[in-house]
Design a binder for this molecule. Sequence first.
Ligand SMILES: NC(=O)c1ccc[n+]([C@@H]2O[C@H](COP(=O)([O-])OP(=O)(O)OC[C@H]3O[C@@H](n4cnc5c(N)ncnc54)[C@H](OP(=O)(O)O)[C@@H]3O)[C@@H](O)[C@H]2O)c1
Length: 284
Amino acid sequence: MPNSIKDTIKLADGNQMPMEGFGTYKLTDQDTMDAAIKTAFESGYRLFDTAQFYNNEELLGNSIKKLKINRKEIFLTTKIPEPKQGYQSTLDAIDESLEKLQTDYIDLLLVHWPIHSQFFDTWRAFEKAKAEGKVKSIGVSNYHQTHLDLLSTTADEMPVVNQIEDHPYLTQEPMIEANKQRNILTQAWSPMGRGATLNDATIKDIAENHGKSTAQIILRWHLQRGIAIIPKSSNPERIKQNADIYDFNLSDEEMKQISALDKQQRTGDDPEIVYEIEHQYPTH
Ligand SMILES: NC(=O)c1ccc[n+]([C@@H]2O[C@H](COP(=O)([O-])OP(=O)(O)OC[C@H]3O[C@@H](n4cnc5c(N)ncnc54)[C@H](OP(=O)(O)O)[C@@H]3O)[C@@H](O)[C@H]2O)c1
C-alpha cells in the first residue's frame, strides 16, 4: 500500500511505476494542459497518462518542457489506437508519439483496445520497441481474459499492466484476479466512473465519516484493493484533492460496502465489441 503519491510499485518486468497518476483525456488546449500539469506535478503526481486518440501528446510534451521537469522524474504512458495497429504502422506510431511527447523513451506503452485483425502483429511491434529501448514497459488496455490467453499463445513477453475501466459501479473482480494470476497490474481508467459514482449515497455516508470527499473515498478504495489509478481533473482544487488520499484508511466493512455497489455499468464500450468491429464507439 503506497504511503504517498510518489510511491512506486515494481512491475513484473522489474520497472517501477507510481500507483497513482494523472489522466489527461479531454485536456485539449495548451493553456488548460499547462495549468493542469503544473498543479499535478506540484501536488506530487509523477505519472501522466495520454494516448494518440486523445490528440494531446504534443500538448503534454510542451507542458513538461515549459515546466523544465527532469524526464527521469516522471513516468509517461501512451497508447496505440486501433487505426495505427499492425506491425510497421505500430512502429511508425511509436516514433510519432516520441516526437510529440518530445522524449526518447516511453515508460509504458499500451495497446489501447484489442482488435482481431492486427492482434498479434501489434504485440510483436511492442516487443521490438521494448528491445530497442524506445519503450521501457509494454502493456495492454481493455483486454478481457480471453484476449490475454490468446496473446499468451505467441507472446515472448506478456503485458505488465492491463488498464481497464474500473470503479464502484463496475468493480471488475474476476478481471482483476485474472490479471493478478498472470502477474499483470490492473490500472483503473475512469476510476470515478467519469463522475457517475460521485453522488452515490453509500459513498457519501462513508465520506462524511472520514471528513473526505466521495472522490477521495473512491480513489482510496482502489488503492486499498491494490489497483493503480489515473484520475483526471482540469480543476486545480480537485487535482490536489485527488492526490490527498494518503492520510486515512477505509475499514474492511467500508471496503465491502463500496465493492457491493457493482452494477456492471460501463462508461465505455465492451472490449469484446471493439475486438470484433475494430474501433471504439460503435454507436457514435
Ligand atoms: N484506456 C482507456 O481506454 C481509457 C478510457 C478512458 C479514460 N482513460 C484514462 O483514464 C483517465 C481517467 O478517466 P476519466 O477521465 O474518463 O474519468 P474519471 O477520472 O473517473 O473522472 C473524471 C471526471 O470526474 C471529475 N472529477 C475529477 N476529480 C473530481 C473530484 N475530486 N470531485 C468531483 N469531480 C471530479 C472531472 O471533472 P473536472 O475535470 O471538471 O474536475 C471529470 O469530469 C483519463 O483521463 C484517461 O487518461 C483511459
